[in-house]
Design a protein around this ligand. Sequence first.
Ligand code: TYM
Length: 332
Amino acid sequence: KPRLYSGMQPSADSLQIGNYIGALLNWKALQQTHDAYFSIVDLHALTVAQDPVKLRENTRRTAAQYIASGIDPSVSTLYVQSHVPAHAQLAWVLNTITGFGEASRMTQFKDKSARQGSDATTVGLFAYPMLMAADILLYDTEIVPVGEDQRQHVELTRDIAARFNARFGQTFTVPEVAIVKETAKIYDLQNPTSKMSKSAESHAGVIWLLDEPAVTAKKIMRAVTDAEGGVVFDRENKPGVANLLTIYSVLASRSIQSLEDEYAGKGYGDLKKGLAEVVTGTFGPIRARVLELLDDPAELDRLLAQNADRAAGVANETLARAYDRVGLLPRR
Ligand code: TYM
């Protein structure tokens, strides 16, 4: 089976619907046909200030949300990044072959550092993409399924892998990025031209997996649309409606066309009501399962430890190979 790798940051107490649609739903399908590794990237989360107690809790909560969304820890390897020290170790080596200018061109770094100012921006945030490259390269990954916002990081990973191989001899598999075009970017409900994000300044347009159904429904009913009326998919001129239709179509497994037909001649209120039912219907059982899993943290921790052992087996071999290639003296 082809090897697949992806991950998510435990940077909030709930995932948002963009993580679910843009990532988890694809992961769930792909785990059947791939040898899949999914990490909870807690070391990446540290690149912006975190409350230590919350980070620990959010790491468990993220694991529970992976499982409740259908990632099967007996089929896929689902683990916490910091439990496998090879990630941080390989990241260091990759830092030493990445250009400062090259890393400076990462748009996510440019955006985040511009928002924070240079004193609040950490060296860790700058080094973030090389840690992500280490995640991917440690597993001889062939495909990396992500949302559109992560494309540039995977491209950098490819460049770093090819450079390493050219300089030190064939060591890493050069991975391919896999992006599902239709769902690669879910937008904020209040601001339908920006991506929905866990770190959005206002949460009014963010749908959280673990929100109460009434809260979710209210956010959907208040979603920004347009003055024109008419339920038609037109990304350019009606981004709000297009976003609602995308979410609806994915969660209800229906074509956009059939939704346009159903809501022809009806108002946005009807569309939103229908969508709210679908969203709360999807996340109700997931939320219940998450709470159940969190009720037994010892079992969850045991599962994560077992999966981390499996991951470390692969990662340590690749790390040893890379250490050897660059000329580090093995400890006897
Ligand atoms: P993160 O935690 O920001 O997001 C996790 C995944 O969700 C996707 N995503 C979205 N997709 C569609 N619409 C949205 N609004 C939306 N918001 C988020 C992201 O594209 C991502 O696939 N750097 C990564 C985590 C990472 C990683 C890796 C991924 C670390 N190491 C190795 C792949 C391979 C990140 O911050 O994702």
